[in-house]
Design a binder for this molecule. Structure first.
Ligand code: MN
Length: 239
């Protein structure tokens, strides 16, 4: 059986920063500002995804959780004038260059800001539940079928112990791969480009689903924005 799941439970060697301009991970307009970090508006109403995620969860998740990552990142970087012009992505790709006393804060809150910025964009009220375009073909080629892929993705998300994320990434070898990250780590910390990710922290689903993470993972596909996922897949291919 092809092993496509790797769990990043331990800090790994940082990738060497490339001299080439890296592709922006969160936004088409460039890399994410770390200082000042700003909370992006939700691209839809709080209740827009209610077939999967209730309005109260969305409000808490965006206005409190994401906002707190943004505040904490700004607080950590406030005295670090030499780091303030670096993007969130640049900081996360080269955490060893961040002073040790704020490294964990930058990792957790920079990662939280980046992960959630991507997360809001890859969801839509108009999800059909089925992939479209080039990513649909690539998923079939790599995983056999969308059903297989979804099953493996949901299993990986269910197996992620504690808090973290489950991702579809493009790895440095150019292949699609499933991976999970602990806490707020982002796949770019390991040289992978995040194409699609789901938040499996309890705060993402607990009000409606309580401890039923598997049910949340299963339902979540109904709000995936495949148009945006295709855009991200194309970006990943340009890496
Ligand atoms: Mn979250």
């Amino acid at each position: 059986m092809l092993l496509l799941i790797s769990c990043q439970t331990t800090p790994q060697a940082q990738t060497t920063p490339s001299t080439a301009q890296p592709t922006a991970v969160a936004s088409p307009s460039g890399e994410l500002s770390a200082y000042p970090a700003q909370l992006p508006p939700l691209p839809y109403e709080y209740g827009a995804l209610a077939k999967v995620i209730d309005a109260e969860t969305m409000k808490l998740h965006h206005d409190r959780h994401h906002a707190t990552y943004v505040e904490n990142l700004n607080e950590a970087l406030k005295p670090q004038t030499n780091l303030q012009n670096r993007s969130v992505e640049a900081l996360l790709r080269d955490l060893n260059s961040v002073p040790e006393e704020i490294r964990t804060k930058v990792r957790d809150n920079g990662g939280g800001h980046l992960n959630h910025t991507i997360f809001w964009q890859i969801m839509t009220p108009d999800g059909s539940g089925q992939p479209t375009g080039a990513i649909a073909q690539a998923i079939n080629q790599t995983f056999g079928s969308f059903d297989n892929f979804r099953k493996q993705f949901n299993e990986a998300g269910g197996d992620r112990f504690g808090s973290g994320w489950v991702w579809l990434v493009r790895n440095p070898q150019g292949q699609l791969q499933l991976t999970t990250t602990p806490n707020q780590d982002n796949p770019i910390m390991n040289g992978n480009f995040p194409i699609l990710g789901n938040d499996v922290w309890e705060h993402a689903y607990y009000l409606r689903y309580q401890n039923r993470r598997a049910e949340y993972l299963d339902n979540w596909w109904n709000v995936v924005n495949w148009q945006e996922v295709n855009r991200r897949f194309q970006l990943a291919s340009q890496q």
